[in-house]
Design a binder for this molecule. Structure first.
Ligand code: NAD
Length: 505
């Protein structure tokens, strides 16, 4: 094993070797489509490569699903629904969901390493994803029996209001939390009694395929189907399929709009969890080191590739210099490097395309007079030269209407604005098309509550960030989405209401 005194080449080779060994141990053998309980080749026989963003080497060759494969998967899902799954009681589904949680936990180490290889996220964060994925299934297992329904009697009229599953649902997910997003989708859909066709992101298909392999022993054939492939080739036909009764999508707002249009062709119900450009508001009374810690986590967790990332900082003038100095120091101390190492705080971005996209925003910000207090480029470290790395970056001095401020960069980039007047600051904080989340840092309860109510967003943290708990609904205002995940409400997004009006006369 190379040490810090070794040459850059030795250390780079060390990273390569560590990733090769991990890939040999955890990349799943079966990377074809998973349809009707079987791993099966795509009709066209095509594949595509998924890349390890730390080394930019190919990790695996994965089935490239297209419309014919989507059709096969939707058919298999309906067959499973009609012949078996719709007969399962809530109690059966509760048992199966619990078994899924157990099987995820039993394979947690393998799943975490696989996620780190395919996505580039630090292994410590990948472990949190895996635990949270299991937790999703446990949460919905816990509430699946609460399937009440209502009745109404009025003269000779006896009314019943019941909820029924849609049957077959389509679920399309992004690359930033591949396993976690799969669990956010699968757990409520199955709990509500549906069968599903899941389309993972083309950048990170491996954990969904491994999960399919694990579910094979637990879930009846055809209840969960996984079609890997590209958005236009597999996601598009899936979300416009006439036999799909519900579309659930997580991804960018641009693609979300397209998915909504697709679903409109068949008047299919849609939930959308989309992008964000969330404000973090810091008041003058804060404890600076604590605020710095929260702000750092808000933007740099998962390399900034979080829909809810706190990417616009509004810091009160009275503490701005101290907070910014603290942030520059915190960035200096961050370990950027191999995400398989326990000490790493910031890994690579998911792909070279995402690096280029982030650097384009940084260039535009510089051209517009943005001052880089930290970062602004790829790291100047030969060992990282093969990987998809971008420095953690702090920018001050941009106009709030600049594209880098208005649009989701989805990288480790924080834009800073100082404020003195609350109303003016809040106007800017809300002056974006997004409304997914927000953060407020202050020990003044009244200020905290006022700001939490004034920020136009679906989820506000006061003196914390990224802390999500099953039972507390998550979802966006404005162009950040429609619907809520993580809560009992989510079950209703996967069910339809039926009224039965019986005449007793
Ligand atoms: P993306 O929109 O490019 O892709 C998401 C998924 O949609 C992928 O599986 C992709 O293959 C598929 N897709 C692409 N084109 C399609 C089409 N025409 N029809 C159907 N499917 C299509 O997003 P991404 O780059 O993978 O992920 C990042 C985005 O996801 C960010 O905007 C982020 O904010 C968002 N996100 C939101 C949440 C949330 O809960 N709100 C959570 C995670 C990520």
């Amino acid at each position: 094993m190379a040490s810090h005194s070794d040459s850059a080449e030795d250390r780079r080779n060390d990273v390569m070797e560590r990733h090769r060994e991990a890939a040999d141990a955890v990349v799943p053998e079966r990377t074809s489509l998973y349809i009707g309980g079987e791993f099966t080749e795509p009709a066209g026989g095509e594949t595509f490569a998924t890349i390890d963003p730390t080394t930019t080497q190919e990790l695996a060759s994965v089935a490239r699903g297209r419309e014919a494969d989507v059709n096969r998967a939707v058919e298999a899902a309906w067959e499973a629904f009609e012949t078996e799954w719709s007969e399962h009681s809530p109690g059966d589904r509760q048992r199966i969901l619990t078994e899924i949680a157990d099987v995820i936990e039993a394979n947690a180490d393998e799943l975490a390493r696989l996620e780190t290889l395919d996505n580039g996220k630090p292994i410590t964060e990948a472990r949190i994803d895996v635990d949270s994925a299991a937790e999703q299934f446990r949460y919905f297992a816990g509430i699946v029996r609460e399937n009440g329904g209502e009745t109404m009697t009025e003269g000779s009229r006896y009314g019943q209001v019941i909820s029924e599953p849609y049957g077959v649902v389509a679920q399309v997910i992004p690359w930033n939390f591949p396993l976690l997003m799969a669990s956010w989708k699968l757990a409520p859909a199955l709990a509500a009694g549906n069968c599903t066709v899941l389309k993972p992101a083309e950048q990170t298909p491996l954990s969904a395929l491994r999960l399919a392999g694990l579910l094979d022993e637990v879930v009846p054939d055809g209840v969960v189907n996984v079609v890997t492939g590209f958005g236009e080739e597999a996601g598009d036909p899936l979300t416009r399929h006439p036999d799909v009764r519900k579309v659930a999508f997580t991804g960018s707002t641009a693609v979300g709009k397209q998915v909504m249009t697709n679903a409109a062709e068949n008047v299919t119900d849609v939930t959308l969890e989309l992008g964000g450009k969330s404000p973090v508001v810091v008041f003058s009374d804060v404890d600076v080191p604590k605020a710095v810690q929260l702000i750092t986590a808000a933007i740099f967790y998962n390399t900034g590739e979080c829909c809810e990332a706190g990417s616009r900082l509004f810091v009160h003038e009275d503490v701005a210099d101290d907070v910014l100095d603290g942030l520059v120091n915190a960035i200096d101390e961050m370990e950027i490097g191999d995400p398989l190492r326990e000490a790493t705080d910031l890994g690579p971005k998911v792909s070279t395309e995402q690096v280029d996209r982030t650097l384009e925003y940084l260039e535009a910000a510089q051209d517009a007079g943005g001052r880089f207090l930290a970062g602004g480029d790829r790291p100047d470290d030969e060992v990282l030269s093969e990987g998809c790395y971008v420095e953690p970056t702090l920018i001050e001095g941009l106009e709030h209407d600049h594209a880098a401020v208005q649009e989701e960069i989805f990288g480790p980039v924080l834009e800073v604005f100082r404020w003195t007047d609350y109303e003016t600051m809040m106007e800017l904080a809300n002056d974006v098309d997004y409304g997914l989340a927000g953060g407020v840092i202050t020990d003044d309860v009244t200020q905290a509550n006022r700001a939490a109510r004034d920020i136009e967003a679906g989820y506000i943290w006061i003196n914390s960030y990224h802390d999500l708990a099953p039972g507390l609904p998550f979802g966006g205002y404005k162009q950040s989405g429609i619907g809520r995940e993580l809560s009992a409400d989510t079950l209703d997004h996967y069910r339809q209401t039926k009224t039965i009006n019986l005449s007793l006369g």
